[in-house]
Design a protein around this ligand. Sequence first.
Ligand code: SF4
Ligand code: SF4
Length: 95
Amino acid sequence: MAFIIVDDCNLCDKCVDPCPNDAITEGDDIYIIDPEKCTECVGFFDVPQCADVCPVDACITDEDRVESEADLLERARALHPGKEIPDDAPSHFRA
Ligand code: SF4
Ligand code: SF4
């Protein structure tokens, strides 16, 4: 599952820098997550960083976009071709 940002977003900007994939940008009314860049932080952190820092719990899982840990690891590697991301890299699936 990629994460999505819901209408509760207050544009505080706290989630942008912690995202390891630069997946979050400012939209017209709320911030938005590019699902093609979101790995649920798999490959980098045990806890999805946007959800962890959001003060209003506006970053939630997108139940319409279920993805496996293997798929998310593959995405992380594709997004960071110069970085070694092992099979046991940090992941909320195993936290
Ligand atoms: S879950 Fe992680 S990778 Fe996805 S948007 Fe949030 S901080 Fe970025
Ligand atoms: S941390 Fe939460 S409230 Fe702040 S910009 Fe990100 S989604 Fe919006």
